[in-house]
Design a binder for this molecule. Structure first.
Ligand code: CA
Length: 296
């Protein structure tokens, strides 16, 4: 593999937490806060960069991702379906996935520019290709858009909305689809990037304003930025190995937040990596794009 530039920019701890499975950071512009989840802890977290305070709310189902709704509150992919968390912190399930998926839980997801919410499953027994990717439309109908999914993870779109990037971690691959924004239909699936080095697999991702695709490398202590042609452009090193996802936030979308996990780490490794489970932040010198919100 040819040498690639490793960034020397400083990475700081933002929210010093010990999340078991910290995941899915999302910038909530209206509230100037970062929303993220601890899947295993069944917690939705809120981090305020101004006060540097992190608070959390317990939810009854394992939350894969939580995204602001245009109507207020959050929409969650959680448990075996989708639910709303209202501003009084009450959770209500609003849609379920089919019964045959009960051995899988809802995992990472994202909203497209038309306000549809996309999220897929992660098999509880890591059975290959037993899961699916779903789309929750603003009228709360659920459509199964992709079958034969192992562990559905990061989803985001190119700035022109013509490409959807999608991670199946069990396949160790980021794929690209052609995307039709007007209909929400995906087509022409092809590999974008393979990450298959020892323990390292792709997890969450975000696309920046220049179309660069930032991929969290679980088991790799890294974020990697890929150019739209799939070439590796930058590597940012993190002080712990289970790196789960990333998102741009802050008033100018210049702060790149990164979530991490303690899951799968031995007591010896946790001694060496005391910040595992925290949220990190750095300024890579590129901006993110505003988070799309759920239109339902
Ligand atoms: Ca994930």
């Amino acid at each position: 593999m040819k040498a690639h530039p490793v960034d020397t920019i400083s990475v700081e701890v933002a929210a010093a937490e010990a999340a078991q499975l910290g995941e899915a950071p999302v910038w909530d512009h209206a509230a100037s806060r970062l929303v993220w989840v601890d899947i295993a802890g069944r917690l939705v977290h809120f981090y305020d960069p101004l006060s540097r305070a992190d608070t959390c709310v317990a939810v009854p189902e394992t939350p894969g991702v939580a995204i602001p709704r245009q109507a207020g509150g959050l929409v969650l992919a959680a448990g075996h379906g989708f639910g709303f968390l209202d501003q009084d912190q009450r959770f209500e399930e609003v849609a379920q996935i089919p019964q045959r998926q009960v051995l899988a839980r809802m995992n990472d997801g994202n909203c497209d520019s038309a306000g549809r919410f996309w999220a897929g499953t992660a098999g509880l027994n890591e059975e290959p290709q037993a899961g699916a990717l779903y789309r929750l439309d603003p009228d709360l109908t659920v459509t199964r858009v992709l079958d034969h999914v192992g562990e559905s993870n990061g989803i985001d779109w190119s700035p022109d909305d013509r490409i959807m990037y999608y991670v199946d971690s069990l396949e160790r691959r980021v794929d690209a689809f052609d995307f039709d924004l007007s209909t929400g239909v995906i087509s022409n699936r092809r590999p974008f990037v393979v990450i298959d080095e020892g323990e390292a697999v792709p997890d969450g991702l975000t696309v920046d304003a220049d179309g660069g695709v930032w991929v969290a490398v679980w088991g790799g202590s890294q974020l990697r930025r890929f150019a739209p042609d799939g070439s590796l452009d930058r590597v940012i090193r993190l002080p712990t190995r289970q790196i789960t996802s990333c998102a741009f936030g802050g008033p100018d979308l210049e702060d790149l937040y990164v979530t991490s996990a303690r899951e799968g780490l031995s007591p010896e490794v946790l001694l060496q990596e005391p910040d595992a489970g925290s949220v990190f932040v750095c300024k890579p010198g590129v901006r993110g794009r505003p988070q799309r919100t759920f239109a339902g």
